[in-house]
Ligand binder design. Structure first.
Ligand code: RP5
Length: 164
């Protein structure tokens, strides 16, 4: 197995189900990744260690997922110069709005690229696009993905379109 270049980090094991589509998407694109449970609140020392050594450990993009007062992605972004993509996880209250606002409202200077609530597939696709800037093979796979997606919609249109 190759060394991971994308780190999927989540605040709790309870986030895993939401994050599985991200892992699956990276697998489909042949991107080596790792999954970790690291909490900004419960294991801040591990978050520090992980993010501050991420670049030297070979990571290129970090995806940080958390729910509630979701500081994880912001904390990771504060400790590395790698791009960090946040996935706000829908918790038991407020329909994930708390997580979304915690991530998307980063103060100037420490950016977190935040996707939609529970939108882990998009987080992975955004990571793949970042990797595709320099990696032609990845960019080609993205083109093929885009084409297949468009073809699927054309097929749907053929099946659904009608006039009344
Ligand atoms: C956050 O608190 C985690 O990311 C999770 O979304 C939420 C709840 O965690 P658990 O109480 O389920 O461990 O830190």
């Amino acid at each position: 197995m190759s060394n991971p270049i994308v780190g999927i980090v989540m605040g709790s094991q309870s986030d895993l189900e939401v994050m599985e589509p991200a892992a699956k998407t990276l697998e489909e694109f042949g991107i080596p990744y790792e999954i970790r449970v690291i909490s900004a609140h419960r294991t801040p020392h591990v978050a520090f260690e992980y993010a501050s050594k991420a670049r030297e450990n070979g990571l290129k993009v970090i995806i940080g997922a958390a729910g509630g007062a979701a500081h994880l992605a912001g904390v990771l972004a504060g400790l590395t110069t790698l791009p960090v993509i946040g996935v706000p996880v829908m918790g038991k209250s407020l329909s994930g709005l708390d997580s979304l606002l915690s991530m998307v409202q980063m103060p100037p200077g420490v950016p977190v690229g935040c996707v939609g609530v529970n939108a882990s597939k998009n987080a992975a696709l955004l990571a793949v696009r970042m990797l595709g800037i320099e990696d032609k093979a990845v960019a080609d796979k993205l083109e093929a993905f885009k084409k297949a997606q468009a073809e699927a919609v054309v097929k749907m249109d053929q099946q659904v379109s009608r006039q009344g």
